[in-house]
Design a protein. Structure first.
Length: 96
């Protein structure tokens, strides 16, 4: 019983890790056990090539970096905070 309660508490405390299209349920990207999976190969290629642009006001939080690429440690955080916020329509996509 205690294990089950701890399991549900961990689910509630977990950060959103799946970026989903509202109508179709298509999972654009998800993070599982610190591994990032893109289901959109064009977006994945763009993130490998260019990464996420960090707004100047936030660059100090990213060690002065102007961009964070897919293979860098804080990529997923930057992707959630900046890329999906500014590029995707929030009425069509959500984090879960």
């Amino acid at each position: 019983m205690i294990f089950l309660c701890l399991f549900f508490i961990s689910l509630l405390a977990a950060e959103p890790s799946r970026f989903v299209h509202e109508e179709s349920g298509f999972v654009v990207v998800e993070k599982v056990n610190d591994q990032i999976y893109f289901n959109d190969p064009i977006l994945e290629a763009e993130m490998l090539k260019s990464g996420v642009a960090i707004p100047p006001a936030h660059q100090s939080r990213y060690g002065g970096a102007e961009r964070v690429k897919l293979d860098e440690e804080r990529f997923f955080e930057a992707f959630q905070e900046f890329y999906t916020t500014y590029i995707f329509d929030p009425t069509l996509y959500h984090w879960e």
